[in-house]
Design a protein. Structure first.
Length: 308
């Protein structure tokens, strides 16, 4: 069977609140490794709670130091317990240098500069912090930081108050990150979408404003196809998302997740998002990034990796 282990894992997890899972019955070392690779390990095993606690500690560390500044933490707060590899912190352009200096003075190590920000690392928490003004790929902005900050509210995760985008926009940021930035679909992406199904109407509104409608439809088509394979065609997820899932993407699901999107699906998404006046005005920044001597190496590594 195509995606045999992925489907087995999905049936063990189920969909919290919608489809009852089988619990840990049938969970073996291979499936647990697959869950880790897809960042859904806390949906099947509590032994990772210690690392989750470290993530919460680092998140609280970051937001406490941002008190008094405008910011938003994007793609980090999920509708399920998840252990991310980093925290994405979006700040105002005029605050970027100040924020980076502040965290460096607090002991974080600067690892790399990007066109719109920098990556830092905390040795005490062993976590990465991406500080940026915009969500971008190779210098091309796919969601403006100003837009994200404008649509930010107070949210809570395990008692920690965090400034983060409203849920529909945070979901769209996850979708755009998967399609535009990473070219890859994971089970973490799947469960983020299906556990935030009530936000889909508003997600579509944001997608239209941000030229991300095709990315949304590709992503939701993947969600529907996976739901059909795991839970049968008459399932509560597919019944809701069907109208936003026009693509037959079964040919894209030929191996276990995480899985890369076929270029034939990505090209229309890139065309819609980047062939507009807003993006073209920032093209010089993208060209400078592309001319960077390390760009080709980074692009190759990006294409060959198995997860993100």
């Amino acid at each position: 069977m195509v995606l045999e282990d992925t489907i087995r894992l999905m049936r063990i997890i189920g969909i919290p609140g919608l489809i009852k899972g089988r619990g840990d019955h049938g969970l073996d070392a291979d499936l647990l490794a697959l869950a880790e690779l897809n960042k859904v390990q806390l949906l099947v095993d509590d032994k990772y709670l210690g690392r989750y606690g470290e993530f919460l500690g680092f998140l609280e560390y970051v937001v406490r130091r941002m008190d008094g500044l405008e910011y938003t933490v994007v793609k980090t707060l999920k509708p399920f317990r998840r252990i991310p590899s980093d925290i994405d912190l979006v700040v105002r352009r005029e605050d970027l240098g100040r924020v980076i200096r502040m965290f460096r003075n607090n002991g974080l190590r600067l690892l790399d500069w990007a066109p719109y920000g920098a990556t830092l690392h905390s040795t005490s928490y062993n976590y990465y912090l991406d500080v940026t003004t915009d969500l971008s790929v190779s210098g091309l902005v796919y969601i403006s930081g100003e837009y994200l900050i404008t649509h930010t509210v107070d949210r809570r995760i395990n008692g920690v108050k965090v400034r983060a985008p409203v849920e529909p926009l945070d979901l769209l940021a996850t979708i755009a990150h998967s399609v535009i930035k990473e070219w890859m679909f994971t089970l973490s992406d799947y469960y983020t979408a299906v556990l935030w199904l009530s936000n889909l109407t508003r997600v579509l509104r944001y997608a239209r404003e941000l030229h991300l409608t095709k990315s949304l439809m590709l992503f939701i088509s993947m969600v529907k196809e996976l739901s059909d394979l795991a839970f049968g065609q008459n399932n509560p997820v597919s019944n809701v998302v069907r109208v936003l899932a026009p693509l037959n993407v079964r040919d894209n699901l030929k191996s276990e997740l995480p899985i890369k999107y076929s270029p034939r699906y990505l090209i229309p998404c890139y065309t819609e998002r980047f062939m507009n006046t807003e993006t073209l005005t920032r093209m010089p920044t993208a060209l400078r990034a592309a001319l960077n001597t390390g760009f080709l190496r980074l692009l190759i590594n990006h294409a060959l990796r198995s997860s993100y």
